[in-house]
Design a protein around this ligand. Structure first.
Ligand code: SF4
Length: 401
């Protein structure tokens, strides 16, 4: 597609979204719930704001060292009898994962923005695997053939009536449009339940990784990630290098701040995974492959992140915890959802498109859609200055760098 028609398509998508009444309905419901929940969570745990300041310092120190941290984490994971890899590019990451999975496998997958970034599900399907998204929002999108419109709530743009219609098709039995949300959730549960136990491989991302022990912290509420990373014999995790922090305590702080600003007082589950399952119950001999996975593979993806870290202003994009809070404050997002962005949304999506995806035309479209109003900065736990980044990026793009 030519750059001109790419821009036209972006413009059309964003304008169509802005005139879509159903999208506005779904977004206004979600924004109202989010604001109520996050304010409640921060009132109940006021120390979160101070902890967020500490987290910003942790990220500022970790980002310039992420390559070193990745090497340390790989060493620790191997010490724990897992396998660690560093992938320089998205293609390299896909090759590594494809070599582990091979073809003809049943794969259950948790939500992963990094997986979305590299087209992981599509790649695994192309090489002959059957892949099921297990996060409810992602499952809806997989069945709809649509793409995520929010970092944490990927199907935020799909109202319940549309989910009822879709699930009726998936299970071949009518679900009424006015069905309770609980019935829709139970339908997905019923459909996916057996897949977890039949699967050959489970795939996840991670919210943060402690380099000192190679431990992945995975925050969730649905319980799908516990099942996807616990039931199949093989667990593969794909993680962006910017998720690394030095210590377990750093990783815990990043996790707590992430879930608070993601509108939870506390999530239902936080999984800490450092290696394959093991037991020492017979004669104290450590034996790998007990009830959980026998194999544990972690791929750390650079994919332009070390390049982005070299830009003094734009590197702030790497501090992002992916809590999704800013999206609910963005006036453009409120009418367009993830159509305002690329793989990552709103202003941060512009930086990502320019430096990580090397797509200056896309980056310019997003950068000039941004109003630089700064409402996102007020909500952001690590005070990422999106207006400052956008102004800098517009300059960089105009200079053709
Ligand atoms: S930019 Fe800030 S508010 Fe937005 S997702 Fe990232 S950490 Fe959360």
């Amino acid at each position: 597609m030519s750059k001109k028609s790419e821009f036209k398509e972006y413009k059309k998508e964003i304008m169509d979204a802005a005139h879509n009444e159903r999208l506005r309905l779904a977004l206004s419901r979600a924004i109202k719930s989010y604001r109520g929940n996050v304010n409640k969570a921060l009132e109940k745990y006021p120390g979160t704001v101070e902890m967020a300041e500490e987290v910003l310092e942790i990220k500022k120190k970790a980002i310039p060292r992420m390559e070193k941290l990745a090497k340390q984490a790989v060493m620790e994971i191997e010490e724990n009898k897992g396998k660690g890899y560093i992938a320089r590019t998205a293609d390299e990451a896909l090759d590594i994962i494809g070599d582990i999975t091979g073809s003809g496998k049943l794969i259950v997958k948790g939500k992963s923005m990094t997986g979305e970034e590299v087209g992981l599900r599509e790649h695994l399907e192309e090489i002959g695997n059957e892949v099921y998204e297990t996060d409810l929002g992602e499952f809806i999108l997989q069945k709809l053939g649509s793409r995520p419109m929010h970092i944490l709530s990927p199907s935020i743009h799909v109202p319940r009536e549309d989910v009822a219609k879709l699930f009726s098709k998936v299970i071949g039995k009518e679900i009424k449009p006015e069905a309770e949300i609980a019935e829709l959730v139970a339908t997905a549960r019923g459909f996916l339940r057996e897949k977890f136990f039949q699967a050959d491989i489970g795939i996840s991302g991670a919210n943060v990784v402690a380099a000192e022990t190679g431990t992945l912290f995975i925050i969730e509420n649905e319980g799908n990630i516990r099942l996807a990373t616990g039931a199949p014999p093989v667990h593969i995790a794909l993680v962006g290098m910017e998720k690394l922090v030095p210590s377990l305590i750093d990783a815990y702080k990043v996790s707590e701040v992430t879930w608070r600003y993601a509108n939870y007082t506390v999530p239902s589950y936080v999984s800490l995974v450092s290696g394959p399952s093991k037991t020492g119950d017979i004669e104290k001999v450590t034996t790998y492959g007990a009830h959980g996975p026998k194999e544990f593979h972690v791929i750390f993806l650079d994919g332009g992140r070390t390049e982005l870290a070299k830009y003094p202003v734009l590197r702030q994009a790497l501090y992002c915890l992916r809590c999704g809070g800013c999206l609910y404050e963005c006036p453009v997002f409120a009418v367009t959802a993830g159509n305002f962005g690329d793989k990552y949304f709103t202003g941060i999506g512009a930086v990502w498109a320019a430096i990580v995806n090397k797509d200056p035309e896309k980056a310019a479209s997003i950068a000039y859609t941004c109003l630089t109003c700064g409402r996102c900065r007020e909500r952001c736990p690590v005070k990422i200055d999106v207006p400052e980044m956008i102004i800098e990026l517009r300059k960089t793009l105009a200079e053709g760098e």
